[in-house]
Design a protein around this ligand. Structure first.
Ligand code: NAD
Length: 424
């Protein structure tokens, strides 16, 4: 019997996973005969929940809950980041893994979708505690990961050092060095040039292309950015370098406004030391006012579900480019559409990271490393070609860029699923 919903999802609060399911429902009418397979997209292939016990520096034992989800592996090994955050839940990790399936298909890299995380606030942990937690988690998910099986990468609150510990732990367990098991590694351990900046770079490249399509010039744009981390920070740097003005910024510590444009290199220096925007020059404004600040391009680059039916009414921008995963709720999406605000969805806008992760994985296998110019040239081409393809589908079907992106992604996954067939 085909139950409409898997038992572990029978809850009223599906959060980001609910957003994803609604996105799939919206695209199903466009999938033709492939819609026969659409249920595949609504059920993760496998889920692992692990206990991660560690000894804290004060001698007490702490237990954290960790997850690794393989959403769909029809097109290749799983690919997706590891998030450390106190609000990580299974349904969030499931949604993030599903968006990875769509994203890898949209930019046509040969991966499926996966994601992982630990429900923890890593900020109070010492370096030793963070290392012990990362290594224990890696050992617990050892059965899920591997260069041919599933390749983790950084996400919110994880970085190159954490990838180095994961790679080392996996390698020790295997008995040989295996650099291809994670991406986003330090360069000295088989990381790729350009990986750290790739997601923010992709956001900027796609924003420039989409804004030009609207007959506007990015160099004249006023930009508001939520999140000044790996993604938002690099996007801010490239917008400012192009001549655009970054006029509003928000992170976990506050919201700042400067109608003349922030000095972005100084801002990024401040963030690299203080780990927050608080204390930087600019008018401090209430958090809700961020959404209504006058700007042309808005870049949400922090967490999910930030653009809601309430603040979607207030947004002044002509264009939203989603650096974060899942920042817009479906209700907000409808309001933005009615208001004529274009949205370039996450599954294309932030695909630069997974694209260069793919380059890193290829370089690790061949032990032959490319120059940064070559990486950026290939990245820009993949991002622009993918965006152009999606834009033409949006125009052909008279649908939003999000629906068009999901049409492309779902079709590629389900075609692979159909051709592989069901076993037995
Ligand atoms: P990060 O940890 O480097 O930065 C996160 C930023 O969000 C920080 O500036 C933080 O202060 C801010 N933030 C956190 N909570 C906030 C809140 N409540 N309100 C406002 N700001 C808040 O993370 P990142 O790697 O830049 O990832 C940001 C988003 O981009 C996430 O949704 C992530 O899944 C997505 N993403 C990241 C990559 C990548 O390569 N890093 C790739 C694709 C998608």
């Amino acid at each position: 019997m085909n139950h409409p919903i898997a038992s572990y999802l029978q809850t009223d609060n599906l959060g980001a996973w609910g957003t994803y399911l609604e996105q799939v429902d919206r695209v199903t009418p466009y999938l033709g005969p492939l819609s026969r397979w659409v249920e595949t997209l609504k059920r993760p292939k496998r889920i692992l929940i692990v206990d991660v016990p560690i000894e804290l520096d004060d001698g007490t034992i702490a237990h954290y809950e960790g997850y690794r989800v393989h959403h769909n592996l029809s097109r290749g090994p799983g690919k997706g980041g590891i998030r450390y955050h106190p609000n990580v839940t299974l349904s969030e990790v499931m949604a993030l893994s599903a968006w990875m399936s769509i994203k890898t298909a949209v930019v046509n890299v040969p991966f499926g979708g996966a994601k992982g995380g630990i429900r923890v606030d890593p900020k109070p942990l010492s370096v030793g505690e963070l290392e012990r937690m990362t290594r224990r988690f890696t050992s617990e998910i050892n059965m899920m990961i591997g260069p041919q099986k599933d390749i983790p990468a950084p996400d919110v609150n994880t970085n190159e050092q954490i990838m180095a510990w994961m790679m080392d732990t996996y390698s020790v367990n295997q008995g040989h060095t295996s650099t291809g098991v994670v991406t986003g590694k330090p360069i000295a351990l088989g990381g790729s040039l350009g990986r750290r900046d790739a997601t923010g770079r992709g956001v900027f490249v796609v924003a420039k292309e989409a804004y030009a399509d609207m007959g506007c010039d990015v160099t004249q744009a006023k930009v508001a950015i939520q999140g000044l981390g790996n993604v938002g920070g690099e996007a801010a740097r490239l917008f400012a370098k192009s001549g655009a003005k970054v006029v509003a910024i928000q992170d976990h510590s506050g919201t700042l406004y400067n109608p003349n444009g922030f000095n972005v290199p100084d801002l990024l220096r401040h963030v690299s030391i203080a780990h927050e925007i608080k204390g930087f020059d600019g008018e401090s404004i209430p958090a809700e006012s961020f959404w209504s600040t006058p700007c042309d391009i808005l870049i949400p680059a922090a967490l999910e579900s930030q653009i809601t039916k309430v603040n979607a009414q207030l947004i002044q921008a002509k264009l939203i480019v989603e650096g974060a995963n899942g920042p817009t709720t479906p209700e907000a999406d409808d309001i933005l559409k009615e208001r004529g605000i274009a949205v370039v969805p996450d599954v294309i806008a932030n695909a630069g990271g997974v694209t260069v992760s793919y380059f890193e994985w290829v370089q690790d296998f061949s032990s032959f490393f490319w120059t940064e110019e070559e990486i950026n040239r290939r990245l820009d081409k993949i991002m622009i070609d993918a965006f152009r393809g999606i834009d033409s589908i949006a125009k052909m079907h008279h649908v939003s860029l999000r629906t068009a992106t999901f049409i492309v992604g779902c079709e590629r996954i389900l075609k692979a699923r159909e051709m592989r067939g069901l076993y037995p």
